[in-house]
Write a protein that binds this ligand. Structure first.
Ligand SMILES: [Zn+2]
Length: 170
């Protein structure tokens, strides 16, 4: 790995470029919000995940560390991500559903973005890093928020217009 990529190992996930070693998960603020009040909130709406399943349909297998190295080299900003340390259940809640592996369990690398533009920028970084066609890159599944919230809030596509960000005041 490139030394400037910060790695934190947890019991289930290997985190890349996390803000600090105590950082448990990107979505802890989403979880806090939802458990305090089960309603769609800005943290979840502006929380996009790009799901790189190792045996997904966009490419022929991926080495996550090598991909993160390549993404890091061409990205303007550190890319926040986590990779499962062992195969996990393939949960098919993202779009397109045709991009998922034909497996029950698989390794997963999750890349995080805070906006739709950011999400698509990540897709392009992966496309370039892996030498994919645009059509192949479009097979990489993405979703908004965490799949654990769907039973509480309904399917994520119903939370907010799927092509819009929730405006954030800075
Ligand atoms: Zn989140």
């Amino acid at each position: 790995m490139i030394a400037s990529i910060k790695i934190v190992e947890g019991p289930v996930w290997r985190y890349y470029n996390c803000p600090d070693p105590q950082w448990a998960e990107k979505c802890s603020s989403c979880r806090r919000q939802i458990s305090a009040e089960p309603a769609v909130c800005v943290e979840c709406v502006n929380c996009w995940k790009v799901e790189i399943w190792k045996h997904g349909k966009a490419f022929y297998q991926v080495d996550f560390d090598r991909l993160m190295d390549r993404v890091h080299l061409i990205s303007d900003a550190p890319v926040i991500a986590k990779a499962s340390r062992a195969p996990i259940q393939v949960v098919r809640t993202g779009v397109p559903d045709t991009g998922y592996p034909d497996l029950v369990i698989d390794d997963l690398l999750v890349l995080y973005a805070r906006s739709i533009a950011g999400r698509e920028a990540l897709r392009r970084l992966v496309q370039v890093s892996l030498g994919l066609s645009r059509e192949a890159a479009d097979l990489i599944p993405v979703r908004r928020g965490c799949w654990r919230f769907d039973p509480v809030l309904g399917p994520w596509q119903s939370w907010y217009p799927v092509d819009s960000d929730w405006p954030e005041i800075h």
